[in-house]
Write a protein that binds this ligand. Structure first.
Ligand SMILES: NC(=O)c1ccc[n+]([C@@H]2O[C@H](COP(=O)([O-])OP(=O)(O)OC[C@H]3O[C@@H](n4cnc5c(N)ncnc54)[C@H](O)[C@@H]3O)[C@@H](O)[C@H]2O)c1
Ligand SMILES: O=c1ccn([C@@H]2O[C@H](COP(=O)(O)OP(=O)(O)O[C@H]3O[C@H](CO)[C@@H](O)[C@H](O)[C@H]3O)[C@@H](O)[C@H]2O)c(=O)[nH]1
Length: 323
């Protein structure tokens, strides 16, 4: 049995839909930002809190858990600057309850959802895992703290982990039955597509005075289905003993500016985007682009889907967004 914490959320629900094809899955989620409709019907779902020590003890005593995949977190860069307490309590304190319970019950495999936000501002064209981590917002710091705790725990206790640092997740399930839905939505691609589908008046571009060719921020978008595949490969590497302590970037290796993303969305939706330049958003680095060579070399994973296929799948979802 694999425990997926945060399996009702955007990325977790896509992973779960793939994982049920090869494993028994248990999802723990408090539905704070997740959706019950997104959880595959083949899983056992427990509606509860990550930080609820008693509940965690019950779960680990009742089920034979081989590994934990930990997606649950608050993950909005801007909000983390305004409300750091929320981020340190949920992303650090509650996660510690999970890790401590794993150790107590001798569950030794953990996959942790980390982020490109751990790097902060980098001079590297392509960020690999050797680039120093100097996060510039509380969200990134909260994730880096757990990375460091995992490393300490792995040395002291019998705990094995794979940390996956995702760049910008986007896109939807191949069939369009599940997709990205946050309330309120803050992510660039869903916001543009919701506007092009008619449910939003306009798109605000947060700053066009960055040191980039067109002045808007550059990001590396990675298809959520590519992320799901990477998780399953990483899980197998823990279960078969190949990995004990690893950190991998997950990205496409190509950066697109906010304006380029808008253009690609316009092309796919065949509709003109009405945008307005607004103030920079606090905590945003100008450029984040991954080198994901390490996971390719060590585990054979490589992103398969480019920006167009990401946006095509997301458009299919947003035209008939179900939740
Ligand atoms: N979306 C991205 O582009 C991106 C990029 C890098 C890293 N990440 C990380 O990936 C993970 C998943 O991101 P997402 O976009 O799917 O977010 P999401 O908000 O859609 O999913 C998070 C899930 O965790 C649940 N949750 C949160 N706190 C909980 C708690 N205390 N107890 C139980 N459940 C709780 C939520 O209800 C939700 O279902 C997060 O850890 C995030 O930091 C996301
Ligand atoms: O309405 C909008 C929304 C976003 N942006 C810009 O678009 C870029 C991407 O923003 P967003 O989609 O919110 O993603 P990020 O802030 O880059 O963060 C995502 O990607 C990070 C990894 O790179 C993850 O850690 C975070 O969890 C995830 O939210 C940024 O420059 C934003 O300023 C706009 O200009 N207008």
């Amino acid at each position: 049995m694999i425990l997926v914490v945060g399996g009702a959320g955007y990325i977790g629900s896509h992973l779960v839909k793939e994982l049920v094809k090869s494993h028994k899955v248990l999802v723990l989620d408090n539905l704070s930002t997740g959706h019950q409709e997104a959880i595959d019907e083949k899983v056992i779902f427990i509606h509860g809190e990550l930080g609820d020590q008693q509940l965690l003890n019950e779960i680990f005593s009742t089920f034979s858990i081989q590994a934990v995949m930990h997606f649950a977190a608050n993950s909005l860069v801007g909000e983390s600057v305004i409300n750091p307490q929320k981020y340190y309590m949920n992303n650090v304190v509650a996660t510690l309850s999970l890790l401590n319970t794993m150790i107590k019950h001798k569950v030794k495999n953990c996959i942790f959802s980390s982020t490109a936000a751990t790097y902060g501002i980098s001079n590297s064209q392509l960020i690999d895992e050797a680039v120093p981590t100097w996060p510039i917002n509380p969200y990134g710091r909260s994730k880096l703290m757990i990375e460091q705790i995992l490393s300490d725990y792995a040395q002291a206790y019998d705990l094995h982990y794979v940390i996956l640092r995702y760049f910008n997740a986007a896109g939807a399930y191949t069939t369009g039955e599940i997709g990205e839905s946050h309330h309120p939505e803050s992510h660039l691609i869903p916001i543009i597509l919701q506007h092009l589908a008619g449910s939003r008046e306009k798109v605000f571009i947060y700053g066009d005075d960055y040191d980039t060719p067109d002045g808007t921020c550059i990001r590396d978008f990675i298809h959520v289905m590519d992320l799901a595949t990477a998780h399953i490969i990483a899980l197998e590497s823990l279960l078969n003993g190949k990995n004990k302590a690893a950190i991998y970037n997950l990205g496409n290796g190509t950066g697109y500016s906010v304006k380029e993303v808008i253009k690609t969305c316009e092309k796919i939706a065949q509709s003109k985007c009405n945008f307005e330049i607004a103030q920079r958003r606090a905590g945003d680095p100008a450029i984040l682009v991954a080198s994901a060579k390490k996971i390719q070399q060590e585990l054979g994973w490589k992103a398969e889907k480019d920006l167009e296929s990401i946006i095509e799948s997301a458009w299919k979802w947003h035209k008939h967004q179900k939740y």
